[in-house]
Design a protein around this ligand. Structure first.
Ligand code: CU
Length: 369
């Protein structure tokens, strides 16, 4: 048992409070990680109003962290004390039907307990004044110390700064991975929403060799970072929805090869579907919709060869593939540093989420050391 400062959300509608929680030792297959830094992501904020069914209160948020292994539980074989790791909200057990399929990075081996805010044995490792505090997304990286199942840890090279590569825990991998999977050299692409995910789709599309990368956002200020990462054109998303689609069709001679939706708004998803070219245009949904939302479009769009799909964590298998992204960063192909617009202490975590809501900056990172 050790003590840890952590940002706790006690109940919906409240601000996060900084508490000293107790963290129990890792059990079978579990690992105790000392978090060095964690990025603030929009998904954390879906818990603020009680709208995220997989958040059990009180909870410790955070899912975009990086740190070091400080203790391993029984039967942990792939990581050792001192290893640098990135906690994964999507595990990779390597043994379930999904892992073995070779067709998806989804692994639901521990999804049931993760979505109840507990470890695979059904209990949480966090407590506060003797009462349980829940894990969030199986990661809870807004705590100096956290416990994570070994199958939900990516071991990374120890030569990269943890307060930068923490972004590989969510935004960078989700955006870059998704783009590299579906974009071919010479393609025309459009990215709706130039936030933390969208700008990474832009750089992923550039890495995949896209010829044209059109960014769409309701905030023209997002243009400069997009341009820096490889965006070739910008369309103001505030206009009439059909006019926006028309502008993109005009820029691409009838529609894009691949459209990415990163805002999570259903009406924007429909725009993304509508700008795909007939024959093979693919719409990739990345932004999470509000609970209960439905997307509709005329069946003829699909009958004429368009595809609507999506991906989780960029389709990347965390444990076996994350180091490919670390290498891209080390080799100077992947930009991460300039995505981090604010560095904060844990005490400033609420201000960090306020910055996100006001659209100020790209990514805020809470640094523990
Ligand atoms: Cu995230």
């Amino acid at each position: 048992m050790l003590e840890s400062t952590a940002a706790v959300l006690h109940r919906p509608g409240e601000r996060l409070t900084i508490e000293t929680v107790s963290v129990a030792s890792p059990r079978l297959g579990e690992v105790l990680v000392e978090i060095a830094a964690t990025g603030l992501c929009h998904t954390d904020t879906t818990t603020f109003d009680g709208g995220n069914p997989s958040c059990v209160y009180p909870a410790i948020l955070g899912h975009e962290g990086a740190g070091r292994v400080v203790e391993v539980g029984p039967e942990v074989s792939d990581v050792r004390v001192g290893d640098h790791v990135i906690p994964l909200y999507g595990p990779e057990c390597g043994q379930c039907a999904m892992c073995r399929s070779g067709r998806t990075n989804l692994c639901w081996s521990i999804k049931k307990t993760r979505d109840r805010g507990v470890m695979p044995d059904g209990t949480p490792r966090f407590s506060l004044r003797g009462e349980p505090v829940h894990h969030f997304m199986g990661t809870s990286t807004l705590s100096r110390y956290t416990v994570v199942p070994e199958i939900a840890l990516a071991k990374i090279r120890s030569t990269v700064p943890l307060d930068t590569v923490c972004l590989l825990g969510c935004a960078v991998t989700t955006g870059v991975g998704a783009a590299m999977r579906d974009v071919r050299a010479g393609d025309t692409t459009v990215v709706f929403g130039l936030g933390g995910i969208g700008v990474n789709v832009v750089q992923g599309a550039r890495l995949a060799g896209a010829e044209r990368i059109i960014g769409v956002d309701i905030a023209p200020a997002k243009q400069s970072l997009g341009n820096k990462l490889g965006m070739t054109d910008f369309v103001d998303g505030r206009g009439d929805p059909d006019a926006v689609v028309e502008a993109i069709r005009d820029l691409t001679g009838g529609g894009v090869d691949v459209a990415f939706e990163c805002s999570g708004h259903v009406r924007v998803m429909r725009q993304a579907v509508d700008c795909c070219r007939a024959g093979w245009g693919t719409c990739v949904l990345l932004g999470a919709e509000p609970a209960g939302a439905e997307l509709s479009f005329p069946p003829v769009l699909a009958r004429y060869g368009r595809t609507v799909k999506g991906s989780y964590f960029g389709g990347v298998k965390g444990r076996s593939e994350l180091n490919l992204f670390v290498d891209l960063y080390l080799d100077g192909h992947l930009e991460i540093d300039s995505l981090i617009t604010h560095r904060l202490s844990l005490d400033e975590v609420n201000e960090g989420f306020d910055l996100m809501h006001s659209g100020n900056g790209t990514r805020s990172v809470v640094v523990f050391e």
